[in-house]
Design a protein around this ligand. Structure first.
Ligand code: SAM
Length: 297
């Protein structure tokens, strides 16, 4: 085995694809990473140690899984494409700490899988993945909605989405997705990755984002998390329009409603004419709470 190149090398990837007759499936967002430096840097960015349980989403032909297996305690890899399961079983056979399941991550009961498959489910659980880009947001939202307290989520995604996740108020990229992440985690771009290191090469560049649990709790709590995010999405429905216009479309246009809304904005010191992307998460929560107190939300 020691003479076999690692899975993420171009030569080994080619050999595996040829041996098993693998044709990547666009419908599953299959772009295999073939750069050992990038793969090792992902494992470093996630600060994986033998103390960690790792869930990998979409192992493909096992390039990242192999690197994770070398650094982590145990790895649970969830792959939707059943054609890849026998390949993964064979190429990862030398690693006794890897479990591969034929599983759609969006349908997975993650707390159950953690209990069932990790020897010590109480160890920190990290998610590491080169995500299928067509479902980046649903995967992230599912991870955040899960009761599991992730020690870290270190994932590769399209660069533009990474910029939205880590955007600051007042920027074009700042929006409902930024705020949904900020509600629970701190987000940072670890590094960018060129499209050239994938087989096949996608039409976009990529970035690795590291999400960690928030260090400090939110200064204000929302009256209802789900309603808060419904409200935030409503406020960003027409991002080129003012907050006031968006509030009228999402809350109401009646004279009484408008009067109450204006009173709330005055009280919070928020100008009705600003664009929604200038509001911080804390301001959105205060606004939603005040609208709720006035029975408008
Ligand atoms: N980890 C491999 C790598 O870095 O080379 C492959 C990454 S590829 C961008 C995304 C992988 O996710 C593919 O293997 C694809 O089949 C898998 N995938 C797509 N949708 C999935 C889903 N809903 N659940 C689990 N895996 C999925």
């Amino acid at each position: 085995m020691s003479n076999t190149p690692e899975i993420g090398s171009r030569t080994r990837t080619r050999a595996i694809m040829e041996k098993y007759g693998i044709h990547t499936k666009k419908s599953f967002g299959q772009n295999f990473l073939t750069d050992l430096n990038v793969l090792k840097n992902i494992v470093d960015a996630a600060k994986i140690t033998k103390e960690d349980n790792v869930i990998e989403i979409g192992p493909g032909i096992g390039a990242l899984t192999e690197q994770l297996a070398q650094s982590a305690g145990e790895v649970l890899a969830l792959e939707i494409d059943q054609d890849l399961i026998p390949v993964l079983e064979e190429v990862l056979e030398p690693y006794g700490n890897v479990t591969v399941l034929n599983q759609d991550v969006l349908q997975a009961n993650l707390p159950e899988l953690i209990k069932e498959h990790f020897t010590d489910p109480n160890k920190p659980v990290k998610v590491v993945a080169n995500l299928p880009y067509y479902i980046t947001s649903p995967i992230l939202m599912n991870l955040l909605a899960s009761p599991v307290k992730w020690a870290a989520i270190c994932v590769m995604m399209q660069k533009e989405v990474a910029q939205r996740l880590t955007a600051k108020p007042g920027t074009k990229q700042y929006g409902a997705l930024t705020l949904a992440i900020e509600y629970q985690m701190s987000a940072e771009i670890a590094f960018n990755v060129s499209r050239r290191v994938f087989v096949p090469s996608p039409n976009v560049d990529s970035a690795i984002v590291v999400l960690k649990p928030r260090q400090s709790p939110l200064a204000v709590q929302p009256f209802d998390k789900k309603k808060l995010f419904g409200f935030i999405r409503g406020c960003f429905a027409h991002r080129r329009k003012s907050l006031w216009n968006n509030l009228q479309s999402t809350i109401g246009k009646q004279a009484e409603t408008k009067e109450k809304m204006q009173g709330i904005l005055d009280q919070l010191g928020i100008s009705a004419q600003i664009r929604p992307e200038r509001l911080t998460l804390e301001q959105f929560i205060k606004l939603a709470n005040a609208l709720h107190a006035d029975q408008l939300l």
